[in-house]
Design a protein around this ligand. Structure first.
Ligand SMILES: CC/C=C\CC(=O)SCCNC(=O)CCNC(=O)[C@H](O)C(C)(C)COP(=O)(O)OP(=O)(O)OC[C@H]1O[C@@H](n2cnc3c(N)ncnc32)[C@H](O)[C@@H]1OP(=O)(O)O
Length: 719
C-alpha cells in the first residue's frame, strides 16, 4: 500500500496507494514504515519524496479502523522515524493532506503543495484530536494562536494560506512531485536539525494564560458539551508548556479519553451517515448509481419571502442562472434588495465579485417558460400551491421539473394538478435556506427516479446534505418535531417553565431550547398551521379551550399566547420577553409565570416539580419514538437518514449522533422502559406509546444501529 521507486538517481519516491483518499490504514502504515526504512538504509538514496496516488496526498487515519482493535505499526513512531532520519524527506501534497495526512507531512522536513491542495487537522470534527504529533508540531511551526484556531475548528486551508502560515515551503501550479523532487535535490547535504519540528520551541507568546483562557472559553461557548475541542486546547497548551516528549504523553492521554468516549463514536457515525444518505434508492430499484440526474443550468424560484430569497442565493452561489418571481412589485423590490445584499456581503467576505449577473427578477410566471427547473416557495397553503402548479404546468416547457418547497403538505396532491407528476418532487429547504445545510427531497409516489436524482444532485451542488424522504405529513423532520414540541408544552402545563425546559435541552446540547426557537421563528407560524388543520376554529370555546382535540391530548397554551399578540421576537414578547420588537436577547418574563399558574388553576392541573431528566427524556425519547415509527412506515431509508435530518436541519448536537443513534447509545431497553413509564403516566399522549419497531429491536437483543433495517417489518418503502 506504499510503492517504492528510485528516480533521478539519488531520490527515492514513496507513493501512498489506498484509494480513494490514501487513508492511513494499517497496510498503508506498514507500507510507509517499510519503504522509509528501505530508503534510509539504501546508500544510493540521498533524499526521499513522499506523495499519494491519484492526485490525493492523504486523507488521514482510516476512520473505519477506529472501531476495530489496533493492528500494524502505529503512526507516531512511523512519523518520528521519518523526522529523525538522516536524509531529507519532502512531502509532495496534492489534493488533500488532512488529519494524520498533514501530521505525516509535518514529520517530513519540507513540504511542497499544489496550488489547489487543501490541508487541515479535522480530527476535532470526529471527536478526536490530532494525536500523531499534530498538537505538538503545528504550534512549534505556526505559533500557538494559529495552531489553536486550526486544531479546535478543524478548518481546511488552501495551499496559499498554508504558505502564508509557514505550513508549506512552496506552492506550485505544475506537477507537485516534480517540484518536490527538485526541492529534494536542492536540500541534499543541508543540516536537518532546524527542519525537525519536534526539536523546536514554540514561538514565544505574551500573556499565555490569557490566550488559553480565551480559547477555552470560546470552544466551550461554540460547541456546548463537546469534549474534543476542550481536549484540543489542553493538548496545545502542553506544547506551549512542556518539552516535546512530555507533550506527546499528554496528547496520547487526552486522545485515550476521547477515543473511548461516546462522543467520538457519535461523530464518526455522523461522518459515515452523511455519506450514506447520498446513496439513496427507491423501491423500483432506481438508485443513486443507476439514475442520471439532469444537468440544471437555469432555475426559477416563485415567492421571495424568507425561504425564496435563501433558495435564490443558494442556487446562484452554485452557478445556476435564476429567474426570481414575485406577484407584487413591492415584495419583488424587497426580495431583490435582500438577495442582492446577501450575495454582495458574501462576495465581499470572500474577496470575489458577487454573481449578480446570474439573477433576473420578474412579476409573471411567463418568465419561467424556458427554465430547466422551478422551485415554488409561496405560502404554506394547499389551494394556493395547487393554483401555482396548475399555472406552471401551462406556462413551462413540457420537460421542466417542478419542485415544491412545502414543509409538510402532500406532494402528490400538488403533483396531481400538473400534466407531469413524474417530474414533481418536494425540495424542503430549512430557514435560512442559504445557511442551513439540510435539504429533504420528498419523493412522491409518482416522482420519477430522474426527478429524485436531479433534486438530490442539485442539493449537493448547493452544498446541502440531501436526504430522500417519503411523502407523509411533515415528511421526516417536521413530523418528528411535532412529538418533541407537544411534549415541551405538556411539561409547561404540568409545572415546568419555558426557561427550565430550554435550559435542560441546551444542557443536553441543543444550540437553542425549543421555546427560544419558537420565539425566533415566530409563534404565529404554527398558529396558522393549526388553524388550517382544523385544530383551532369556531367550535373551540374561546374562554375555556379544550385540552383534547382530534382524539388526543392538546395544549392550547401556544394559541392563548398568540391571541395575546405574543408572537415571539418579532413582537418583542413570546415565551420570553425582549427589549423591543425584533430584539434578540431572551429574558424570563414574570408575566408568563403568572399566565401559566392561572392556566393550571383554571384547568385544575396540579403543578409539580419536574426534573431535568424528565424534560430531556420526554422530549428526546418522544422524538426518537416517532423516528422508529417513520422507519416502520417506510418514510426514511434508515436511521442514518433520520439522524442527518436532525443534525443538519434541527440543531441536534452532532456529538450525540442524532436521535436514533442517541437511542441506541442510551440503550434501546432503557428507552423502551422510560417510554412505557411515561405512557402509563400519560395514556392520552399517543406519541409516548413505544413503537412496534422499538419493541421488536429490543426483543431481538438490541442489534447495532447498522442492522436495524433488517427488523423493519414493512417492505413498503415509501421512497
Ligand atoms: C492517531 C490518530 C491520528 C490521526 C487521526 C485522523 O487522521 S482522523 C481522520 C482525519 N481525516 C479526515 O477527517 C478526513 C475525512 N474525509 C473527508 O473529509 C472527505 O472524505 C475528503 C477527504 C475531503 C474527500 O471528500 P469527497 O467529498 O471528495 O469524498 P467523500 O467524502 O465522499 O469520501 C470518499 C470516500 O472516502 C471515504 N473516506 C474519506 N476519508 C476517509 C478516511 N479518513 N478514512 C476512511 N474512509 C475515508 C469516505 O467514507 C467515502 O467512502 P464511500 O464508501 O465512497 O462513501
Amino acid at each position: 500500500m506504499a510503492q517504492y521507486a528510485r528516480t533521478k538517481g539519488s531520490i527515492a519516491l514513496i507513493t501512498l496507494t489506498n484509494p480513494p483518499v490514501n487513508a492511513l490504514s494499517s497496510a498503508v502504515r506498514k507500507g510507509i514504515t517499510e519503504t522509509v526504512s528501505r530508503a534510509l538504509n539504501d546508500t544510493q538514496v540521498k533524499a526521499v519524496v513522499l506523495c499519494g496516488e491519484n492526485g490525493q496526498f492523504c486523507g488521514g487515519a482510516d476512520i473505519k479502523e477506529f472501531a476495530k482493535p489496533m493492528s500494524g505499526p502505529a503512526l507516531v513512531p512511523m512519523i518520528h522515524a521519518i523526522e529523525a532520519g538522516e536524509k531529507p524527506v519532502v512531502a509532495a501534497i496534492e489534493g488533500i493532506a488532512l488529519g494524520g495526512g498533514l501530521e505525516l507531512a509535518l514529520g517530513c522536513h519540507y513540504r511542497v503543495a499544489h496550488a489547489k491542495a487543501r490541508m487541515g487537522l479535522p480530527e476535532v470534527t470526529l471527536g478526536l484530536l490530532p494525536a500523531a504529533g499534530g498538537t505538538q508540531r503545528l504550534p512549534r511551526l505556526t505559533g500557538i494562536p494559529t495552531a489553536l484556531e486550526l486544531i479546535t475548528t478543524g478548518r481546511h486551508i488552501t495551499a496559499q494560506e498554508a504558505l502564508k502560515l509557514g505550513i508549506v515551503d512552496k506552492v506550485t501550479d505544475g506537477n507537485v512531485v516534480d517540484a518536490a523532487m527538485e526541492m529534494a535535490l536542492s536540500v541534499i547535504g543541508r543540516p536537518l536539525s532546524p527542519r525537525r519540528l519536534s526539536t523546536l520551541s514554540t514561538p514565544p507568546l505574551a500573556n499565555l494564560d490569557g490566550v488559553f483562557e480565551a480559547a477555552m472559553a470560546q470552544v466551550k461557548r461554540r460547541s456546548r458539551g463537546a469534549m474534543a475541542p476542550v481536549a484540543c486546547v489542553k493538548a496545545v497548551r502542553a506544547a506551549a508548556e512542556l518539552p516535546y516528549s512530555q507533550g506527546m504523553k499528554r496528547e496520547l492521554e487526552l486522545m485515550g479519553t476521547l477515543m473511548s468516549s461516546g462522543q467520538a463514536k457519535a461523530l464518526q457515525y455522523c461522518f459515515f451517515a452523511q455519506r450514506a444518505v447520498g446513496k439513496w434508492s427507491l423501491p423500483n430499484g432506481a438508485q443513486w448509481n443507476n439514475s442520471r440526474p439532469r444537468d440544471i443550468r437555469t432555475a426559477g424560484v416563485i415567492g421571495l419571502g424568507t425561504m425564496g430569497r435563501g433558495i435564490v442565493v443558494s442556487l446562484v452561489k452554485a452557478g445556476i442562472s435564476v429567474v426570481a418571481v414575485e406577484m407584487e412589485e413591492k415584495q419583488l423590490d424587497l426580495g431583490r434588495k435582500e438577495v442582492t445584499g446577501i450575495l454582495e456581503r458574501d462576495a465581499k467576505r470572500r474577496g470575489v465579485t458577487a454573481p449578480l449577473h446570474l439573477i433576473s427578477f420578474a412579476l409573471s410566471l411567463q418568465s419561467l417558460r424556458g427554465v430547466d427547473l422551478v422551485i415554488e416557495a409561496v405560502f404554506e397553503d394547499m389551494e394556493l400551491k395547487k393554483r401555482v402548479f396548475a399555472d406552471l404546468s401551462r406556462v413551462c416547457n413540457q420537460n421542466t421539473m417542478l419542485c415544491t418547497n412545502t414543509s409538510g403538505l402532500d406532494v402528490d396532491q400538488i403533483a396531481s394538478v400538473t400534466d407531469r407528476p413524474p417530474l414533481v418532487v418536494g425540495m424542503h429547504f430549512f430557514a435560512p435556506a442559504h445557511v442551513m445545510k439540510l435539504l429533504e427531497v420528498v419523493c412522491g409516489p409518482r416522482s420519477s427516479a430522474e426527478a429524485v436524482a436531479t433534486a438530490m444532485s442539485l442539493g449537493k451542488r448547493m452544498g446541502k446534505v440531501s436526504v430522500a424522504v417519503g411523502n407523509c405529513p411533515g415528511f421526516v423532520g417536521n413530523r418528528m418535531l411535532k412529538s418533541y414540541m407537544d411534549e415541551s408544552v405538556f411539561l409547561l402545563e404540568e409545572g415546568a417553565s419555558p426557561e427550565q425546559v430550554d435550559q435542560a435541552l441546551e444542557e443536553f446540547g441543543f444550540a437553542l431550547g425549543i421555546f427560544k426557537v419558537g420565539d425566533l421563528s415566530g409563534l404565529d407560524v404554527g398558529w396558522r398551521v393549526r388553524k388550517s388543520s382544523g385544530l383551532i376554529g369556531p367550535d373551540v370555546n374561546p374562554t375555556f379551550p379544550s385540552r383534547v382535540r382530534q382524539g388526543r391530548r392538546y395544549c392550547p397554551l401556544p394559541d392563548l399566547l398568540c391571541e395575546q399578540g405574543r408572537w415571539g421576537q418579532k413582537t418583542g414578547r413570546g415565551w420570553y420577553l425582549y427589549d423591543s420588537a425584533g430584539g434578540r436577547v431572551a429574558r424570563p418574563d414574570p408575566e408568563i409565570q403568572r399566565f401559566l399558574q392561572d392556566y393550571r388553576l383554571r384547568y385544575g392541573i396540579p403543578s409539580r416539580r419536574i426534573s431535568e431528566q424528565e424534560v430531556v427524556e420526554r422530549c428526546v425519547f418522544a422524538l426518537a419514538n416517532e423516528g422508529f415509527q417513520v422507519l416502520e412506515d417506510g418514510m426514511a431509508a434508515g436511521p442514518e437518514d433520520i439522524d442527518m435530518v436532525y443534525v443538519f436541519g434541527y440543531g441536534w448536537p452532532r456529538h450525540r449522533g442524532g436521535p436514533m443513534f442517541h437511542a441506541a447509545q442510551v440503550g434501546l431497553p432503557r428507552v423502551l422502559q422510560r417510554l412505557e413509564f411515561y405512557y402509563r403516566e400519560n395514556p392520552d399522549i399517543p406519541h409516548l406509546q413505544p413503537s412496534a419497531l422499538l419493541r421488536r429491536l429490543v426483543g431481538a437483543g438490541s442489534p447495532p444501529i447498522q442492522q436495524w433495517k433488517q427488523y423493519i417489518r414493512s417492505t413498503h418503502s415509501q421512497l
